[in-house]
Design a protein around this ligand. Sequence first.
Ligand code: URA
Ligand code: SF4
Length: 210
Amino acid sequence: MSRRACSTIHDSAARGDTFDLSGEDLDSLAKRVAECRRCPLWEERTRTVFSNGSKRARLMFVGEAPGREEDLQGLPFVGRAGKLLTKILDSVGLARDEVYITNILKCRPPNNRDPNEEEVRACEPYLARQIELLKPVLICALGRVAAQNLLKTNASLSVLRGGIHYYNDTRVIVTYHPAALLRNPHLKRSAWEDIKLVRKIYDEEIAGEE
Ligand code: URA
Ligand code: SF4
């Protein structure tokens, strides 16, 4: 890509303009992400982290951003928090390859700091297109950053947990980030309630479609 084209894209991201991803499928979208320089995080990434799980899944989990392991492997939730997520899914009979897992940001912020507004805004169209293509019956937001950015709210996690929210017409449930459960094991009981609710709504939605 020419320098000029590149700076045009960067400027449009900075202005919050949308750029057109409507022709992309999940594979071509992942390639766009792999080449993305819409925010400064591209400079320090090892790999972009697009998704894992099944492209046919109808249940989607959205985390915050890649951490160290994810940046190295190019896959979401493969570090310690990811191993706990696998166990949480397993506890309600869901295999990782039955669901679709991604993050708000596709590149790792330095030292795992919180994503900033510019980064979220620049990266948002990719997640929007992922959701449009996957058409999940339910999205589970993992942690405050995922929840607040998906739902465009400043409400705290404790306010958002336990309720049903919407991203356009898609239902969203909010739970703790698995890293928070590693730091505060006493939260696991509530997280268990949340994942059971995810499983229940997912089953109802899928049964309703059959
Ligand atoms: N934390 C996240 O939010 N996402 C990952 O992919 C890994 C850790
Ligand atoms: Fe592009 Fe998102 Fe990575 Fe920023 S975080 S460079 S917007 S893929």
